[in-house]
Design a protein around this ligand. Structure first.
Ligand SMILES: Cc1ncc(C[n+]2csc(CCOP(=O)(O)OP(=O)(O)O)c2C)c(N)n1
Ligand SMILES: [Mg+2]
Length: 546
């Protein structure tokens, strides 16, 4: 059916229907037409200082809102977001990349147009490698089918997709067809029932059970299902580091992060001595397994991901995580008592600052932990910010955000945009190393422009401390910036210089009360100091070597 709607308008409508309200990006001539359409639509454009910042912001938005959208121009913008989009792929965060491009008619005689790399489809082919579905919208006839096909993949797989929008296609009338019937592929009833009955039998026969809750529970919005499962069965739940906060740490059955020797010893012992370990949506990466110091026995494992359920050595294809978890909740599983052997999480003790005492990483995290509030969302950058952050006692579900698997530096500051625009009820507390801040800290400018009010803690330890124990050299040093002075450049915000425990305490109290803009704390730390989690790992690895 021909319609009065244009291709650009149709795409915007579909994004809106999927719950999207903001689009992150930087315009350029090939994308200006679509940007103009966005600016006059129900969606808000959040134009960042740099495309990489937009990419991280869209990833963070997606983690809280279910889908994030990024809009850039051809190649010069597109290639800058390859790293954040690759991260979104690796960490199963559904980001829709929309890139402007030369018009279809402009391509006919292969002219040498600005921004083009090799061929007109070079950027498209690069994005094919880091997305689950991709398309170039070529005309009004096929655009509806192509947009619907790509968006179905976002919903089914929770992975990034790529839509290239030649500039002369944006305003073409679209031929509307209904393609939205394809339901997600799920396993047939027989496979599903067999998986559930084998799992229930194994669970009921076990003495000591534990759940390891992973990243996919965040991505598929299964936090409440996990909670129902835990409460119905009484089985305690650890999380992986990238699954952290999928269950509130206040829940008596939440036992904290399991990450081999990186984590707390009592959690490791509990998990590794269990006779049934239920992995839900967990990626078994080196980071999640504490640099492969974790030991999980395949014969004791039920491993459910969104693609497949494996029970011991049996596999059940296409049983989705949601299907499996709902099946277990409906299954006949006996309830376990809460016993004293479960490693309970205890709320942090009060932090009493010692006047004039030089701050250590350990004490910094103690103060942060005791000051977390119900509306705090922690954004932790890779580096010691993430290692230390892993121990934090998080109040609500999905209130700890970090690229804990792909580990790209530069995420945390731009992520504020995505997090606070997706969830204005939350206040971000950003933990970022000085090295990482120097990569994307410029997005504080966008944060200020959109009136957001995060508290940014820069762990200023003179450079790349995480790398120093591996191999040190001047390549790990960065210039010592006076980070607080950024408030003068941006002409807004509050800054604090922190060297001692009492200065930290005062600064965090003042930042908490200053709500009309961002606060930045320049926290001076000895370059060779590190978080308790990193100490645990090196100590444990040291013991193994001896
Ligand atoms: C984009 C990117 N570049 C390089 C690295 C490698 N890397 C891992 S940790 C690290 C040091 C980070 O320094 P900083 O942000 O100051 O944190 P610290 O290690 O001092 O806690 C580097 C460079 C990375 N993970 N990501
Ligand atoms: Mg550093």
């Amino acid at each position: 059916m021909a319609s009065s709607k244009t291709v650009g308008e149709y795409l915007i409508d579909r994004l809106y229907d999927l719950g999207v309200r903001h689009v992150f990006g930087v315009p350029g001539d090939f994308a200006l037409g679509f940007f103009d359409l966005l600016a006059h639509s129900k969606l808000q454009v959040v134009n960042t200082c740099d495309e990489q910042g937009a990419g991280f912001a869209a990833d963070a938005y997606s983690r809280l809102k279910g889908i994030g959208v990024l809009c850039v121009t051809y190649c010069v913008g597109g290639l800058k977001v390859m790293n954040p989009v690759a991260q979104a792929y690796a960490e199963k965060s559904p980001v829709i990349v929309i890139s402007g491009a030369p018009g279809i008619k402009e391509r006919v005689k292969h002219p040498v147009l600005h921004h083009k790399i090799k061929d007109f489809d070079t950027q498209f082919r690069m994005f094919e490698q880091i997305t689950v579905a991709s398309t170039v919208l070529r005309d009004g006839e096929s655009a509806c089918r192509e947009i619907d096909r790509v968006l179905e993949s976002v919903l089914r797989f929770k992975l990034p997709v790529y839509i290239e929008f030649p500039r002369d296609v944006v305003g073409l009338p679209i031929k509307l067809e209904d393609h939205r019937k394809t339901l997600p592929e799920e396993a047939d009833q027989e496979t599903f029932q067999e998986a559930i009955s084998e799992a229930v039998k194994m669970i009921n026969a076990a003495q000591k059970l534990v759940i390891i809750a992973g990243i996919e529970l965040h991505r598929f919005g299964l936090q409440d299902s996990l909670l129902r499962f835990v409460e119905k069965t009484g089985i305690p739940a650890a999380t992986t580091i990238d699954g952290k906060s999928v269950i509130s740490d206040r829940n008596p059955l939440s036992i904290g992060v399991y990450e081999g020797a990186m984590g707390f010893e009592n959690v490791r012992l509990y998990v590794e001595s269990s006779d049934c370990v239920i992995l839900l949506g967990a990626i078994l990466s080196d980071v999640n397994l504490g640099g492969f110091t974790a030991h999980l026995d395949q014969r004791k494992i039920i491993n459910a991901t969104n693609e497949k359920v494996s029970i011991r050595h049996h596999g059940y294809d296409n049983v989705t995580l949601r299907q499996f978890l709902e099946g277990l909740i409906g299954g006949d599983i006996k309830k376990r008592e809460l016993t004293s052997i479960i490693p309970r999480r205890t709320p942090p003790t009060a932090f009493v600052p010692v006047q004039g005492r030089q701050l250590t990483t350990h004490r910094l995290f103690h103060r942060i932990n005791s000051g977390l509030e119900d509306n705090t969302v922690v954004i932790a950058e890779p580096g010691d910010a993430l290692f230390g952050g892993a121990d934090l006692y998080i109040h609500g579900a999905t209130e700890f955000i970090s690229p804990a698997y792909y580990l790209s530096l530069g995420f945390a500051v731009p992520a504020v945009l995505g997090v606070q625009l997706a969830r204005p009820d939350l206040r971000p507390l950003v933990l970022v190393g000085d090295g990482a801040f120097q990569m994307t800290g410029v997005e504080l400018s966008t944060i200020a422009r959109f009136g957001l009010n995060p508290i940014i803690i820069v762990l200023n330890n003179g450079g790349y401390s995480t790398e120093r124990p591996m191999m040190d050299g001047s390549f790990n040093d960065v210039l010592n910036w006076n980070y607080g002075k950024i408030t003068e450049v941006l002409q807004t915000g509050k800054s604090f210089d922190v060297e001692t425990e009492d200065q930290l305490d005062q600064a965090l109290l003042a930042a908490r009360d200053y709500k009309s803009g961002f606060s930045i704390l320049n926290v001076h730390i000895n370059p060779h100091d590190s978080s308790p989690a990193l100490h645990r790992l090196t100590e444990s690895l040291g013991k193994r070597v001896k």
